[in-house]
Write a protein that binds this ligand. Structure first.
Ligand SMILES: Nc1nc2c(ncn2[C@@H]2O[C@H](COP(=O)(O)OP(=O)(O)OP(=O)(O)O)[C@@H](O)[C@H]2O)c(=O)[nH]1
Ligand SMILES: [Mg+2]
Length: 201
């Protein structure tokens, strides 16, 4: 029996969330982009509610990808979109340290309502102003908890690698839960047989 698994992609304004989902989604991304108002820069569109994309694995299992809006004023959507997710990707523009405070604020909010695994994808890593991964990791306080990997949201190889690493963390968590027999893992355990990261590659 096929399953549907949900992954959320979040991060500050302009970090690459919509691009990440569009790069890998097999359907045209269902997007709620609207014209930017007074945010500066050369962009003309920003996500105001959500993005939605879909990946069907060869065995008919499906991953649903939900992208959050980046702007704080739409943050009421974050928890709604995260309901039932297996894990999340936090995308951060590594070339713009002025966005790191916002990235940490988003991460803290997500941790306040979710204990699911997450991975940090550092976008714009090819730019000379990009900081080393360890600098972002220490700013976010994620050392030992979550990996940071360079991820150009425009490149399918990078997007796949990020999702595969996250799914491996999800599987490791399910393994730990199964090890702790006192915990009820009935739903998570049944997920495990489906979400083999190898099926993404
Ligand atoms: N140079 C470079 N550009 C990138 C990279 N990743 C994403 N982008 C670009 O970043 C821009 C913004 O991407 P979006 O996907 O719209 O960002 P977003 O996070 O959805 O933005 P909001 O919805 O407004 O929060 C796009 O032009 C992408 O092509 C990267 O690794 N390097
Ligand atoms: Mg967007």
């Amino acid at each position: 029996m096929a399953g549907v698994f949900k992954i959320v992609v979040t991060g500050p304004y302009n970090s690459g969330k919509t691009t990440f989902i569009s790069t890998i989604s097999e359907i045209d991304v269902v997007s709620t982009e609207r014209k930017t108002r007074g945010l500066g820069g050369s962009r003309d569109k920003t996500t105001v509610a959500m993005d939605f994309g879909k990946i069907t694995l060869p065995d008919d299992n499906i991953i649903h990808l939900y992208g959050t809006p980046g702007q704080e004023r739409f943050s009421f959507m974050w928890e709604i979109l995260s309901e039932g997710m297996l894990g999340f990707v936090l995308l951060v523009d590594g070339s713009d340290p002025s966005k790191f405070v916002e990235a940490k604020r988003i991460l803290d909010r997500f941790r306040s309502f979710s204990q699911e695994p997450f991975i940090v994808g550092m976008t714009r890593a090819e730019l000379p102003t990009c900081v080393p991964e360890r600098e972002l990791s220490s700013f976010l306080g994620t050392q030992g908890e979550a990996r940071i990997i360079k991820c150009d949201a425009r490149k399918i190889f990078d997007v796949k690698r990020t999702l595969v690493e996250l799914l491996e963390m999800v599987l490791a968590k399910i393994d730990r839960m199964e090890g702790a027999s006192a915990v009820d893992v009935s739903s998570a355990g049944s997920s495990k047989e489906f979400i083999s990261p190898g099926r993404l590659s």
